[in-house]
Design a protein around this ligand. Structure first.
Ligand code: SF4
Length: 463
């Protein structure tokens, strides 16, 4: 497949519309509250009964943070009272037990991610206790190919804690940097010392962690091209295996924290475009491969290899390997993907706690996919992950005639083809290097649900 990327300002401006990021299809907007714990149980039982049950991937949500970053769009709880977090952990262990009962014990957990919030808000004993509980209710892999990752906040963790995390079985870390410019850090209320962050990356390598992922954000208040160039160059100097460079979407009507940001300080669309262009060119020059949708990885990283070999997937953390897994979401607001369903836990922490305390699965909403959903999910994933769609793959999987079934969509893509985003032959669609920056615009053509959502401001834009 095509892994080159080309920045084309005119095309990006022309296609700058709000749209989903397709971390799932159907997107979370389509999840229904009628999908309850019983529906989820049915899907988990069916997944155990597959001819070859899939291995498992666990996502564990630890929502507590000590202070509020003003750009934040995550589900978190800001507090300095650790007893609240202790109470949550106790109930999370109960949920681990409830979920563990649903899955056959020989289904190995090959992927585990502790996300947040700030997982390292909790001390080592607490995290060790949680990993121990997971190990009692799920078959955690001990193989060195396992991917056990944790988000580490360098503001709360020194390199000394990394050793304890390695002993617990974690072999990957991800950390947020966002921007090293002190003025930007102050404007978003996230003061983070660059030296200790870089020491943490270096320290993790010495301890044998085999992957470091770093998040940056462009479009934050007071950011400048010069300042962000320094951020990129400094971070690239530490050679993280993966980089996600997100476009800040200012949606204060959805994310309360963002109301603390003065909209006048946000870079103009022109500056954001420059920041985007500089990010891409500097990372490519530094030897990173553009995976898609803000993600970059070194050429020997599993993400890059999975993309070349057709094994990449979209999930709620962006791009991921291990497409063959069922994903179990644990903790408040987390989302799982088991068999042909998505299921999301209750979003309100008090209600989540009360439900688990009663011994009930805290499922809030979800969706059972029908055949059309599954087919469109496959189409959208092929575009988002591999920039290529061979009609015969979909035809053989779903017994359809692709040009006939997707006649409207193929017609709609003609303008994009004329604009140079993609090439169509009689049997495939291939995204071009400029089109790789507009993957979701192409995917949106295949999204059956989008028409009714298109006019609501719930999705972010390209710029
Ligand atoms: S960005 Fe991360 S650390 Fe900051 S408030 Fe949000 S979840 Fe917490």
């Amino acid at each position: 497949m095509e892994q080159r990327v080309e920045f084309n300002t005119e095309l990006i401006k022309r296609y700058d519309v709000a749209g989903p990021r397709y971390t799932s299809y159907p997107t979370a907007v389509q999840f229904m509250e009628g999908f309850d714990a019983e529906a989820y149980r049915r899907h988990t039982a069916a997944s155990n009964n597959e001819l070859i049950p899939k291995p498992l991937s666990l996502y564990v949500h630890l929502p507590f943070c000590k202070s509020l970053c003003y750009y934040c769009g995550c589900m978190k709880k800001v507090t300095r009272h650790t007893h609240q977090a202790d109470h949550y952990l106790g109930l999370l262990e109960r949920e681990v037990e409830l979920q563990g009962e649903l899955f056959d014990q020989d289904r190995e957990v090959v992927q585990l991610h502790f996300g947040g919030g700030t997982p390292t808000f909790h001390d080592d004993d607490q995290l060790r206790g949680l990993v121990g509980r997971l190990g009692r209710h799920f078959a955690l892999s001990g193989d060195e190919t396992r991917e056990f990752s944790i988000e580490v906040d360098p503001r709360t963790v020194g390199t000394e804690r990394l050793g304890a995390l390695a002993e617990m079985g974690f072999n990957r870390i991800s950390l947020g940097i966002q921007d090293i410019d002190p003025a930007v850090q102050e404007a978003v209320n996230r003061i983070q010392d660059t030296r200790s962050t870089l020491d943490m990356i270096e320290g993790s390598r010495k301890l044998g962690f085999n992957s470091v992922s770093v998040d940056l954000i462009y479009g934050l208040p007071l950011q400048t091209v010069e300042g962000f160039t320094e951020t990129i160059d400094t971070v690239v100097g530490a050679r993280p295996n993966r980089l996600a460079v997100y476009n800040y979407a200012h949606l204060p009507h959805i994310f309360r924290a963002q109301r603390m940001i003065d909209a006048a300080d946000i870079p103009s669309p022109e500056t954001k475009l420059q920041l985007m262009e500089l990010t891409i060119s500097r990372l490519i020059d530094a030897g990173y491969v553009y995976i898609g949708m803000d993600h970059f990885a070194l050429p020997d990283d599993e993400l890059t290899i999975a993309q070349r070999e057709g094994g990449l997937q979209r999930n709620f953390q962006g791009y991921s390997t291990r497409r063959e897994c069922d994903l179990v979401g644990l903790g408040v607001s987390s989302i799982g993907k088991v068999g042909d369903c998505y299921a999301q836990n209750i979003k309100d922490i008090q209600t989540w706690q009360a439900t688990v305390a009663e011994g009930k699965l805290p499922i809030w909403r979800g969706i059972s996919l029908n055949t059309e959903d599954r087919m469109r999910r496959r189409v959208i994933e092929s575009i988002m992950c591999h920039g290529e769609l061979r009609f015969e793959n979909i035809e053989s999987m779903f017994a359809i005639d692709f040009p006939d079934h997707f006649a409207r969509e193929l017609h709609d893509l003609e303008q994009m083809e004329a604009d140079g985003l993609l090439e169509m032959s009689g049997d495939a669609i291939r995204v071009t290097p400029p089109g790789r920056l507009l993957l979701r615009n192409i995917a949106m053509v295949f999204d059956e649900y989008l028409q009714e959502q298109a006019n609501t401001p719930r999705f972010s834009r390209v710029i």
